[in-house]
Design a protein around this ligand. Sequence first.
Ligand SMILES: [Fe+2]
Ligand SMILES: [Fe+2]
Length: 317
Amino acid sequence: MTKDLTPLQILAELEPVAEENVNRHLSMAKDWNPHDYVPWSQGRNFAALGGVDWEPEQSHLGEVARVAMITNLLTEDNLPSYHREIAQNFSEDGPWGTWVDRWTAEENRHGIAMRDYLVVTRAVDPVALEEARMIHMSNGVQSPEGWGGFLASVAYVTFQELATRVSHRNTGKACNDAVADRLLQRISADENLHMIFYRSICGAALDLVPDQALPAITRIVRNFLMPGAGMPNFRRYGVLMAKHGIYDLRQHLEEVLQPVLKQWNVFERSDYGPRGEQARDELGEFLEKLGKDVIKFEEQRDRALARDASRGVAQRA
Ligand SMILES: [Fe+2]
Ligand SMILES: [Fe+2]
């Protein structure tokens, strides 16, 4: 049996792939300015500067859109924790360091633009938002079980970037506001490029050390948690977002897990040893069960939505 490579050896082996993909990213990434996406003419002072403080009637967003916006923004706000995880597992030197710094700067833009939009339009309570940000950032990132080490980290961020892409895109639609939709489409496009970088790195790791990489991927898929776990109301907000199709189990399976696993060719490749084969089988079983859970979830959701409709609950999603 060949000896496992250490994380440092894997980083060294994959450095040319990182370089190629950083260059690719820089050639594809579009520079944009948060201020161009914010309707500043709608802004006015709060009481501290002689204006009026926030009241719920001021919001032009429905409950689902508000909850999704808050969840997505707080997720972006926790960037220092993600930066720490990525910086600890990647090298600070060469293309790895270039990527970590560039990615962090791009992610920061997402939180800036979303907060400006929400505060200027008075779409959400800015005091509650600030309190939630403090709690969320103080809790840091809630590492899913099995997280840790280069391979698991790069697998996690691949799925997480794609998951946030889906969530931002659907939140934009749920807002019923062309300005918000445009902003969230712009952010989704960034998340997609981030996903492509991490997916390429993880795919190259799978080619390099399939028996080490696939068990890490399988652990991450089995224990996947959205990155916002740890924010106030995460569960309640997550349920509401799933109920209204912002991010639900079918989207998780069909728009996030399956396309990435297909790209990596995990079920067709023939370069596994016993550890890789075991991980592949576990992954296959897990996905099969998830497929059944999707159907169960949707049946329950249909019933819940029908109950809401009969009670006259507004469904603005
Ligand atoms: Fe982001
Ligand atoms: Fe991203």
